[in-house]
Structures are given as structure tokens and as C-alpha cells.
Design a protein around this ligand. Structure first.
Ligand SMILES: Nc1nc2c(c(=O)[nH]1)N[C@H]1C(S)=C(S)[C@@H](COP(=O)(O)OP(=O)(O)OC[C@H]3O[C@@H](n4cnc5c(N)ncnc54)[C@H](O)[C@@H]3O)O[C@H]1N2
Ligand code: MOO
Length: 385
């Protein structure tokens, strides 16, 4: 996780802040509501004027739409017609909703009394000026962005999104939309990883994938090295004769190892010309599970996210499972919260089973030292959405 480092703090327009993490506390520069205003369409009154026999007929001395900036004071024995959100005039202490009147514009007949303060939203009801409304570390959601806008803040201090270059490798790969020759497959990891990067709140730059050729690999990366924060590669990291990523990066500061997990055994990480690089295995499920375990938490941490890890829960598996000794297995699962804490394994352990991954909504973690689990056993599930 430390490989990527913290992204710098920028003051970004609210439009660009969704999903980002606030870097400083925000103190309310004004109260909300900023002024006493009406909660109803109706008539601003003095409650005392309605204390006698009802109905009562009173002159309508003014008309106050929302947005009115200059007000005249309400004289005793008169009312002002007023709309929802419009400022309450000095002298008025309540609003009678229009349904309790005949709706008159010169004079109005009021059928029911109101108590002082009724239907008035007082200045500062929601937020007082100087209140600490948002704290550093808050993940900005629609409601928090809305609150900042209501407070008149055009920008917020946030850690910017890391820019992640995604490069798939493999001479067998073909761009969807083009014809396939025998022995070729359509490329899927680049699209999947770029989508996962965007889903994590980061920016993805997806490169045209490169063949298993070291020179082509270096050439593809070169133009982007100055403009991205992280490189994520897929494929070319295992034990074969044409392991382009391993061959291209091993002479640099990138280390290739076998991690005790399945899928996602072969992994590379380090720096290429100073840039953090995470090299994921090419099998599609391995690439995506590796992204979940290593890349996503690192990206979220770099944005200052308070909880970079996916939420987990304990659940009981509906069918038995086997798992290799000495490796943490991440099986794909479908967790239905409406049926209690149970999870159904989807598909087998094979790391080519992309459709099972697509049907799942969680990963089932089987610890390193466990090789068999009976149906009904309790496991940890890691939510993917
Ligand atoms: N002798 C050994 N062979 C393999 C080992 C091993 O330890 N010893 N490990 C296996 C495991 S586990 C994995 S995972 C893979 C990782 O291999 P690579 O990272 O080198 O990936 P590739 O060989 O390039 O591809 C593997 C597989 O995935 C398909 N693929 C690759 N990229 C894409 C893509 N962008 N879109 C769709 N599909 C892709 C590729 O065609 C292969 O079928 O190595 C095992 N072998
Ligand atoms: O470790 Mo591999 O990633 O199983 O397919």
C-alpha cells in the first residue's frame, strides 16, 4: 500500500469531488437556513391576531415570493402572502398554510389559528455559522457535496484521484469488434481493470495492449510515464518462455514473487523509472482478485480513504469447498443479505472462470491452513460492491 503514496491536496470544484476524501475540516461560513423563512405557501401573520373568534378576515398588505431580498415589516392586523422558502418579514411570528384560508390576495379569510413559530424555519436551525460541519477524512457523497454547495463553497480541499495506466500484455489478445483467428481471444483484463480503477474513484488510462515483446512494452509505456501516478500491468508474470512483463521489468526495481494465494499467485511490484508498478497475473479472475487484494486498497489509501479495505462479514457456505494447502483461496460467492448470513460459492476455483466472477458479489476467503470446508461452515466474505 505504501508503494503508491498519498496524492496531493487540491481545491477541486464540487462537481469533481464525488467519492473523494476531504483533506481539511470545513467550518460553516454561514448559517443554514441563512434567514428565517416560511415552511409553507400561505400567509405570514402575527399569531396574536388569530387569537379571537375564527374565521377572521384580514388585509393582505404584501406578497413575498421566494428570492425576495427587501422586506417591509408586517403591521399588526395585516398579513403578507408568502411562499415556501421566502423570508419571513419582521413583525410576523408564524405562517398560516394556504389550505387553512380562502387563498385571497387583497383580503384573506383565515379559518384556523397558529402558534408563534409555526411553519417558520429559523435561521441556523440546521447549521450555525462557525459550526464544524465536515471533518477531514470524510468521503464525499451526494449529500455532503450538496451541503457544501448549500454553504456557498464552490471548491473543497480533497486528495486528487491517482491516474493509473493499465497495460495488458499477450500476443493472443484481440480488441473486441475485430475478427478472431484460431488461438486468439478477446482482451478483457484491460477493460475490467480500468473499470475497477474508476469504480475505486481513481482515473484509468487504458493503453492498447502489447504483444509479448519487451521492446514493444517499453515503447508503449514511454509516452505516459510523466503523466501517471501508477502503472498496472496484466499478464506475462509467470514461468513461461514469453513473460514480457517480467522480462521487461526484472532489470528495473520490480520484484516478481509467488504469493500464497489462489488465484493471484504470481505477482510483481516495485518501481519502473520511479513510477510505482503493480504487475498482476493474466488469468482474468487472478487479475481481478489481485486488484481487489492489492491494488484497490492501495488506490483508496493514496486518496486518504479512511477505510481502504472492502467491508467483510461472516457467513455460512451453502455447499462444501476444497482449497489448496498453504494458500489463501478466494472463491467467488453470491451473498444474499435477505436470506440471512449465507453465501453460495459460484463456479469452481479455476482462474479462467470469468462468467462465475461476473455472477458473484463477494469473495469467500478460505484460510491458508484449511483444505476442506463442509456445507454450513462459517467463512469470511469480502463484499465486492
Ligand atoms: N509453469 C507454470 N505455469 C503457470 C504458473 C506456474 O506457476 N508455473 N502459474 C499459473 C498461474 S497461477 C497464473 S495466474 C498464470 C499467470 O500467467 P501470466 O501472468 O504470465 O499470464 P499469461 O500467461 O499472459 O496469461 C494467462 C492466461 O490469461 C489469459 N489472459 C492474459 N491476459 C489477458 C487479457 N488481457 N484478457 C483476457 N485474457 C488474458 C491468457 O490468454 C492465458 O490464458 O500462469 C499460470 N501458469
Ligand atoms: O495464481 Mo493463478 O492466479 O491461480 O490463476
Amino acid at each position: 500500500m505504501e508503494l503508491v503514496g498519498l496524492m496531493p491536496v487540491l481545491r477541486l470544484p464540487l462537481d469533481e469531488c464525488l467519492g473523494l476524501v476531504l483533506a481539511d475540516d470545513v467550518v460553516a461560513p454561514l448559517a443554514l437556513p441563512p434567514f428565517d423563512n416560511s415552511a409553507m405557501d400561505g400567509y405570514a401573520v402575527r399569531a396574536a391576531d388569530l387569537e379571537g373568534d375564527l374565521p377572521v378576515r384580514l388585509p393582505v398588505a404584501d406578497d413575498i415570493p421566494a428570492g425576495r431580498t427587501r422586506l417591509t415589516a408586517l403591521e399588526p392586523g395585516t398579513v403578507h402572502r408568502i411562499m415556501t422558502g421566502a423570508p419571513v418579514p419582521p413583525g410576523a411570528d408564524a405562517v398560516v398554510q394556504v389550505e387553512w384560508t380562502d387563498g385571497g390576495t387583497r383580503t384573506v379569510t383565515i379559518e384556523k389559528a397558529v402558534s408563534p413559530g409555526q411553519n417558520i424555519r429559523t435561521a441556523g436551525d440546521d447549521v450555525r455559522e462557525g459550526d464544524p460541519v465536515l471533518t477531514a477524512g470524510t468521503v464525499l457523497r451526494p449529500s455532503t457535496v450538496g451541503l457544501a454547495s448549500a454553504l456557498g463553497l464552490p471548491v473543497l480541499p480533497v486528495r486528487r484521484r491517482p491516474r493509473v495506466l493499465v497495460l495488458s500484455t499477450g500476443s493472443e489478445l484481440v480488441e473486441p469488434g475485430r475478427p478472431l483467428e484460431p488461438g486468439q481471444i478477446y482482451e478483457s483484463n484491460g477493460m475490467m481493470l480500468a473499470s475497477a480503477i474508476r469504480d475505486a474513484g481513481a482515473e484509468a488510462v487504458r493503453l492498447q495492449f502489447v504483444p509479448d515483446d519487451v521492446e514493444a512494452f517499453h515503447r508503449a509505456l514511454a509516452p505516459h510515464l510523466g503523466s501517471v501516478d501508477v502503472v498496472v500491468t496484466s499478464g506475462g508474470v509467470s514461468a513461461g518462455a514469453y513473460e514480457v512483463v517480467k522480462d521487461a521489468l526484472a532489470d528495473h526495481d520490480v520484484r516478481f514473487t509467488k504469493v500464497a494465494m489462489q488465484p493471484g499467485g504470481p505477482q510483481g511490484s516495485g518501481r519502473y523509472q520511479g513510477l510505482p508498478v503493480l504487475s498482476l497475473p493474466g488469468n482474468p479472475v487472478s487479475a481481478q482478485v489481485s486488484f481487489e487484494v492489492f491494488v484497490r486498497p492501495a488506490l483508496l489509501a493514496s486518496m486518504g480513504h479512511p477505510q481502504p479495505e472492502r467491508p467483510t462479514a461472516r457467513a455460512r457456505i451453502t455447499t462444501s469447498l476444497t482449497s489448496p494447502a498453504g494458500r489463501t483461496q478466494f472463491r467467488r460467492g453470491l451473498h444474499d443479505p435477505s436470506s440471512g448470513q449465507v453465501v453460495t460459492p459460484v463456479g469452481g476455483p479455476g482462474s479462467h472462470l470469468l462468467s462465475a466472477l461476473a455472477l458473484s458479489n463477494c469473495l469467500i476467503e478460505v484460510p491458508e491452513d484449511v483444505t476442506e470446508l463442509a456445507a454450513g461452515s462459517e467463512v469470511t466474505v469480502r463484499y465486492l460492491q
